[in-house]
Write a protein that binds this ligand. Structure first.
Ligand SMILES: Nc1ncnc2c1ncn2[C@@H]1O[C@H](COP(=O)(O)OP(=O)(O)OP(=O)(O)O)[C@@H](O)[C@H]1O
Length: 247
């Protein structure tokens, strides 16, 4: 990443919309060998912005799949607030590396998708779509088709779709890695603004150590499915993180 990002100085403060996230001895095994993840114990505060880094195969995707409720841990428990996560949970949404948008729908249709599924009344749905498009800088793009958009704009739509339902936990899986450096920096900066405005809890997975340090209040590094490091971003450097991950 080339340009600098300006992180709001403080954690999201008064009455965050975000919910706390707790992993208590969470373990997931794909087969008989070593666990793909775990055991992992971790607590994320409401409104906190956590970045998760780690080399290929360290368990990042497994962690997100568990948080999203796509996988169920064989041991331990995941909780949002006080409630265990036992499957896909309406309080959280996931933004993936490749925006999985519906090409036959307009931008509005894509952003409205989650609201339709949750049976929001038409007027509220329309208002939320407009508000969310403004939030991601796509005001006026509603009638466009997805194929008329750039990669960065498509990822904005994906982010808008995730935000429109006003999640209390936002999961992001390498959301900017397919974008060029400049677009990546602009979107990362905007994500920070959105986090600040919405006060949502964020878990952001990335390979990019600079991105993790620029965005996260706190960084967790996974190695071999376990937490190798968990520290405030301000106490870390790219060099220290690299050493930890390679060591
Ligand atoms: N479907 C699967 N079947 C068997 N083992 C798997 C499966 N998916 C992941 N694993 C194993 O679980 C471990 C963690 O993988 P995971 O995909 O979570 O890592 P990752 O950090 O997301 O990697 P990457 O950055 O390459 O996406 C690895 O050892 C991997 O080989």
């Amino acid at each position: 990443m080339t340009a600098t990002m300006t992180r709001p100085a403080q954690a999201a403060s008064a009455s965050p919309q975000g919910v706390s996230l707790t992993l208590d001895g969470v373990t997931y095994r794909y087969g008989r060998g070593r666990p793909g993840l775990g055991p992992v114990t971790l607590h994320v505060q409401p409104g906190e912005f956590l970045c998760v880094v780690g080399p290929s195969g360290s368990g990042k995707s497994t962690l997100l799949s568990l948080l999203a409720g796509f996988l169920r841990p064989q041991a331990g428990e995941i909780r949002l607030g006080d409630t265990p996560v036992t499957g896909p949970d309406p309080r959280l949404t996931l933004v993936q590396q490749e925006p999985a948008l519906f090409p036959w729908r307009t931008v509005t249709g894509n952003v409205a998708f989650g609201l339709e599924r949750r049976r929001f009344p038409r007027a509220e749905r329309d208002a939320r779509v407009q508000e969310t498009l403004r939030l991601v800088g796509l005001e006026g793009y509603g009638p466009r088709r997805v194929h008329q958009l750039s990669g960065g704009q498509r990822q904005r739509v994906s982010l808008a779709r995730a935000l429109a339902v006003q999640p209390r936990l936002l999961l992001l899986d390498e959301p900017f890695s397919a974008l060029d450096d400049r677009t990546r920096t602009v979107l990362a900066d905007e994500l920070l603004g959105i986090w600040w405005e919405r006060k949502v809890t964020v878990v952001f997975v990335t390979h990019n150590l600079e991105e993790a340090l620029a965005l996260g209040q706190r960084v967790v590094a996974l190695r071999g499915g376990e937490v190798a490091l968990d520290a405030p971003a301000r106490e870390l450097s790219v060099g220290r993180l690299r050493e930890m991950l390679e060591g």
